[in-house]
Ligand binder design. Structure first.
Ligand SMILES: Cc1cc2nc3c(=O)[nH]c(=O)nc-3n(C[C@H](O)[C@H](O)[C@H](O)COP(=O)(O)O)c2cc1C
Length: 344
């Protein structure tokens, strides 16, 4: 048999998509990706990074800078403050539950004036934008609270105000504002009349009429919707034959809330509405990417920061890489990629 002619092995065929991806990786250097986002149009909120520290876990301000590197963060949301001091619940008020935490801290704070006096200087010098989370149980109380903080907000460099719709409302017999879209919209409307600052409304995955709230809250005056709050939980303590928390019902956080949080983010994002800060249970850069894929324009980190203070930096790096891999230059290119045709 004559020797077989050696032929050059055919190069493996590469799909067009793969070629584009390879070219994109070669073209875009992740370091050149711009992580800055501007959320909202009427009163735009500019964040150098789409990474938010959720209200609460890192406190009011003084403690935050020593816990994490705030240069890796776009927005630090100060733990909830109210017009008058609020006292926390009885102990135990924070317990571990399978997959996360349950707490009933009840938005404990010494009142707006005291918090501003003690922590205002740390907000002014923070290397990221700072928002105040406002807790009020009535429309009148919120108007008074905003008037109080507005007196000093410019001097302290406050970038935005967050209205806590997961807090109890007197008009709903102590139920959450978010359990009635009408009540929530009334509160937002009042807030809009009291400030020209960017307004964020914070809800949880348990909010009712989320899609309606997402679209109508823009008309009521909101700039950004934060779908990152804690749903409620309850767990018995068998040994004590009572509830695990002294208050009985508490707020859940950590990985166990993540799937429900993603569902709520996707629902809020599926209609035309306010840009979304998404969170609840984010514990890794991959979780953060999933949150963008579900429709968020920025992510919020909470409980996970206790275990991993470097998470904001890791999230920023992985967002840059993911954007570059798509051949894009803006982080908003990642938004809604998992929503398919539902995303408008
Ligand atoms: C100890 C603690 C205190 C919190 N305090 C507040 C608060 O003052 N205001 C608020 O809106 N949310 C508060 N939260 C809820 C978080 O901001 C966040 O919405 C929730 O923990 C879900 O996100 P995560 O699973 O990433 O922690 C608190 C959470 C924890 C664990």
């Amino acid at each position: 048999m004559p020797p077989r002619k050696r032929t050059k092995a055919a190069a493996p065929r590469t799909s067009r998509t793969a070629q584009v991806a390879v070219q994109a990786i070669e073209r875009i250097n992740p370091l050149t990706v711009d992580l800055a986002v501007t959320l909202g149009t009427e009163h735009p909120l500019r964040l150098e990074r789409p990474i938010v520290v959720a209200a609460g876990p890192l406190g009011f301000g003084n403690e935050a800078g020593s816990a994490i590197d705030l240069r890796e963060v776009g927005l630090f949301v100060v733990r909830g403050i109210s017009l008058r001091p609020r006292f926390g619940g009885l102990m135990p008020r924070l317990v571990e539950v399978p997959g996360g935490l349950m707490h009933a801290v009840n938005r404990e704070n010494p009142g707006a004036d005291e918090v501003i006096d003690r922590h205002g200087a740390s907000w002014r010098s923070a290397p990221c934008a700072v928002a105040l989370s406002l807790v009020a149980s009535s429309v009148k109380e919120l108007a008074q609270l905003i008037a109080r903080v507005e007196r000093r907000a410019d001097e302290l460099g406050i970038a935005a105000l967050e209205i806590d719709l997961t807090a109890p409302c007197d008009g709903l017999d102590g139920g959450r504002w978010e359990s009635s879209a009408d009540e929530a919209l009334r509160l937002i409307d009042t807030a809009r009349g009291a400030t020209d600052r960017p307004l964020i409304a914070k809800v949880s995955s348990a909010a009712s009429e989320l899609r309606r709230l997402a679209s109508e809250s823009i008309d009521a005056g909101i700039d950004v919707l934060s779908v990152s709050g804690s749903p409620h939980g309850f767990l018995p303590d068998r040994a004590r034959r009572g509830p695990a928390l002294a208050a009985g019902i508490g707020e859940l956080s950590g990985p166990l809330v993540r799937p429900a949080a993603l569902a709520a983010i996707a629902e809020a994002a599926s209609g035309a509405g306010a840009p979304i800060i998404g969170g609840g249970g984010i514990g890794s850069p991959a979780d953060a990417l999933d949150t963008f894929a579900a429709g968020a324009s920025a992510v919020s980190l909470g409980t996970a920061l206790w275990a991993d203070p470097r998470l904001p930096g890791a999230v920023g790096d992985s967002l840059r890489r993911a954007v570059a891999a798509r051949g894009e230059t803006s982080v908003l290119a990642l938004r809604g990629s998992a929503l398919g045709s539902r995303h408008e």
